[in-house]
Structure formats: C-alpha cells, structure tokens
Ligand binder design. Structure first.
Ligand code: GSH
Length: 227
C-alpha cells in the first residue's frame, strides 16, 4: 500500500487483538477506494494496556462472554474467519504476542512489502486455526505461508533478538501511546496537518466523515471475502 499524493493513515495493531484484525482487513480493503496510504504500525498491546493504566478485558468475566459473542457476529459481518482459541487465557494472556510482534516488526524494518501477509498469517493461526504464534517453528511457518524465503525468515528471526528490533517495537508502541492509545486497534488519520486518532474497528463511519468518503460496510462490493 503506497503512493505519493495519497492521504496518510496509520494503523496501530497487534495480532493478539481480534478487533485489530477486523480493522486491518477493512483498511486493506478500503485503501484504494479511499485513496489512502495506510502505514501498518505493528505495536504491543500488553505494553499499551500497562502504560495507559488500562485493565485487560479478561478481568471482567461478563465482558469476556459478551466479547466472544460479539466476535462471532463480527466475523460473519466483516467476513473475517475469527474463531476464538480453545484456551483463550493461555493463548492471549499467558503466551501473548511478543515474539510474533517482534517478528512483524523485523519484517517491517527489512521486508516491508511482506508486513500485510505476515500479519494476516499470524492472525489466522491465533484467531482462526488455534495454533501457537510464539515458538520459532510457528513463526517460520507463518513466514513461509507469507512467501518469505526461508533464509530470509531465519535472518529476520535473528533480528527479533537484537536490540534494534526490540527497540523499534517499543518505539512504535510509545508512538501509539502518544496519540492517546489505551487499547487496539488505533487508526490515526493525518488530515490538514493534524492527527485524528480512532480506537476500535467500529468507527469507520466517523473516519469516512472525516475524510469526506462514503462508508459502504466492511466488505466493498465485488471484493473477495476471507471466509
Ligand atoms: N469497540 C471496539 C473494541 C476494541 C477492543 O475491545 N479492543 C481490545 C483489544 S482486542 C482493547 O484494546 N480493549 C481495551 C478497552 O476496551 O479498553 C471495536 O469494536 O473494535
């Protein structure tokens, strides 16, 4: 997704977040229709929650029950194959997304054209097929599915352990916090020299209004769904 005289929007996301997946797919689907240059900003949700003083939703059981119900409806409506992992707590909270997001960050640094595909493959594993996203083999499998040559994938995996790769994820997360983030996804639209931050994948009608565009629902006519 690039282009010189397009509007600049940033999408801050983490693959541990299913709502980020919805926002990500919509931004990918609308990038041409709304003439947007969407900059993908891999971030770390646990860091955002901690630094903003927010509480992860699993601490309120009614919220979790509602969220899972909500996600079933949203999956169908957005045509994104979200299916919660059997052991939600273990996948999302215990294991988390640090190795995965460090890898997406390394891809962003070295192979930016692959960020979209790699991110989607991580979501497919954690939020659709209930597979691990933390072990080196899992990460290499994601890279392979996304089409990265295996020697390059190994090199990028090495970068996730280097200070440079770790710092970059930290810096992106700090940038999201500076825009006012307390959760993900965040869309930051740069309009008239000002950043406008939105939280969630349910504010596209407001984004459309800001951009002077038409919100036509999560799937544009004639577009391929992921289901
Ligand atoms: N209403 C938003 C909810 C997004 C959401 O719940 N995101 C989670 C991560 S998956 C989060 O960061 N929650 C923090 C909060 O709700 O305070 C949407 O539909 O996208």
């Amino acid at each position: 997704m690039s282009g010189s005289n397009k509007r600049m929007l940033e999408l801050f996301y983490d693959v541990v977040s299913p709502y980020s997946w919805l926002g990500f797919e919509v931004m990918c689907r609308y990038s041409s229709a709304w003439n947007m240059n969407v900059r993908l900003r891999p971030s770390f949700l646990a860091g955002i929650m901690k630094e903003s003083g927010n509480q992860p939703p699993h601490q309120v059981s009614k919220k979790v029950i509602y969220m899972l119900n909500d996600l079933h409806r949203l999956a169908k409506y957005f045509q994104v194959p979200i299916k919660e992992p059997k052991n939600l707590f273990e996948a999302v909270i215990k294991k988390g997304s640090l190795p995965a997001m460090r890898f997406v960050t390394a891809v962003d640094m070295e192979q930016p054209d692959f960020v979209e595909l790699v991110s989607r493959e991580f979501w497919m594993r954690i939020w659709s097929t209930d597979e691990d996203i933390t072990l080196p083999d899992s990460i290499l499998s994601v890279a392979q599915k996304a089409g990265l040559p295996s020697t390059e994938a190994q090199r990028l995996l090495g970068l996730t352990k280097a200070a440079e790769g770790k710092d970059r994820l930290k810096r992106t997360t700090e940038e999201a916090l500076k825009y006012g983030s307390f959760g993900l996804p965040n869309i930051v639209a740069h309009v008239d020299g000002k950043p406008h931050m939105f939280f969630g994948s349910d504010r596209f009608m407001l984004l459309a209004d800001l951009l002077g565009e038409k919100w036509m629902g999560p799937v544009l006519p004639g577009q391929k769904s992921l289901l």
